[in-house]
Design a protein around this ligand. Structure first.
Ligand code: CA
Length: 367
């Protein structure tokens, strides 16, 4: 279904039915302060470079979808990273009401909310389909809302890239020794795992990575996958492109709304925004699924690019360190423990099904 068809189908009745079907609660009743004819002019701050494919355009698409589906009752102006606030201050801007809405990834706020990393993605954890399962039908969304509640931020799943790539390296990674001293841009839990393996993780917003890699300030970077990585031109400054993205098997992007702004919306617009976020969540994954395939082909045809699997011993080492990092954080942080326990309990149940459904289906394609 094309995006315009989704929008065309968004009547209030359809919204209510959609919400009932997706496991999210229906919005509360309108108050006397939320007159039906009122219009809303909102700002959405994002962590993405201007119009960046997939991530930035995903945020813009969400804003357009809300405006269109609401018949212009909600207008949202989207700001790229740095236009209104820097990339890593998006959460604070929404929390403080500087902007009514934000779009980013939960692991970018780890210095403020350590447990938020476990919401975005956990190394060797859930894939995109499972992440949606956990969010909408398991306890994921409830725990996510509880985590952001003290900051007056209401979160919504609003995108997923699917499994990412392991990143671009200026040298081959043949064994665990090659990770020692490696200075790499890698956010979230993945960065902490790399540090245990002897590397130096660096946190950089997307717009600063290319120059850092080109000038040798970093030896390696992960970003997303072929579609986005080509857009940044990483293949022009690093030769080795490794998979899988062990650190981000199905990372979820998020929309955030300031509580006061959210509560100012009448019930029908709250329902509409929730459903548009869910449509954006689905749409982003669809775009990545399609465009990564095209871009991978381009990279494989480039004689200067080597697309390589990580050696098994390297992945085993990363998994071992992941277990240590997770145990350490969940041991000291009750929120992280609650989130991880819920996620892990689902993952243990889900894995046998994923193996005999998705994995085994994929393996039949080359019979
Ligand atoms: Ca990434």
């Amino acid at each position: 279904m094309k995006r315009r068809d989704v929008i065309a189908g968004l009547g209030t009745g359809a919204l209510a039915a959609g919400l009932a079907g997706c496991g999210q609660e229906a919005a509360g009743p309108a108050t006397s302060e939320t007159a039906p004819g009122k219009t809303f002019d909102w700002k959405m701050v994002t962590t993405w470079p201007p119009n960046f494919p997939g991530l930035g355009t995903g945020a813009t698409n969400l804003a357009k979808m809300i405006e269109s589906a609401s018949g212009g009752r909600i207008k949202i102006r989207v700001y790229a990273a740095g236009e209104l606030v820097p990339a890593f201050e998006v959460f604070d801007a929404v929390s403080q009401g500087t902007a009514e809405m934000g779009h980013g990834g939960a692991y970018y706020w780890k210095s403020k909310i350590e447990a938020a990393q476990f919401i975005a993605t956990v190394p060797f954890g859930l894939n995109a389909a499972e992440m949606n399962g956990w969010m909408y039908y398991g306890n994921g969304l409830e725990l996510y809302e509880k985590l952001y509640s003290p900051f007056d931020v209401i979160p919504f799943p609003a995108g997923n890239t699917g499994a990412q790539m392991g990143g671009w390296y200026n040298r081959e990674i043949n064994n665990v020794e090659d990770l020692k001293g490696l200075k790499m841009r890698i956010p979230g839990l993945g960065g902490e795992v790399l540090a245990r393996a002897g590397g130096t993780p660096v946190s950089l917003p997307g717009g600063e990575i290319f120059t850092a890699l080109q000038t040798g300030n970093i030896d390696a970077t992960e970003w997303v996958g072929p579609y986005n990585d080509i857009a940044f031109g990483f293949h022009r400054v690093a030769k080795y492109y490794y998979y899988p993205g062990w650190h981000e098997p199905g990372p979820m992007l998020e929309a955030m709304i300031n509580r006061q702004a959210w509560e100012s919306l009448p019930a029908d617009l709250q329902a509409l925004v929730k459903t548009c976020c869910q449509a954006a969540n689905c749409d982003m994954l669809a775009e990545y699924s399609y465009r990564n395939a095209e871009a991978l082909q381009t990279l494989r045809n480039d004689p200067d690019v080597n697309v390589l699997p990580f050696p098994t011993a390297v992945l085993q080492e990363m998994k071992r360190h992941t277990n240590d990092v997770v145990a350490e954080i969940t041991g000291r942080n009750a929120d992280a423990k609650a989130i991880y326990d819920s996620l892990r309990e689902y993952q243990v149940r889900s894995t046998p099904w994923q193996l005999i459904s998705e994995s085994s289906s994929l393996s039949t394609r080359n019979l």
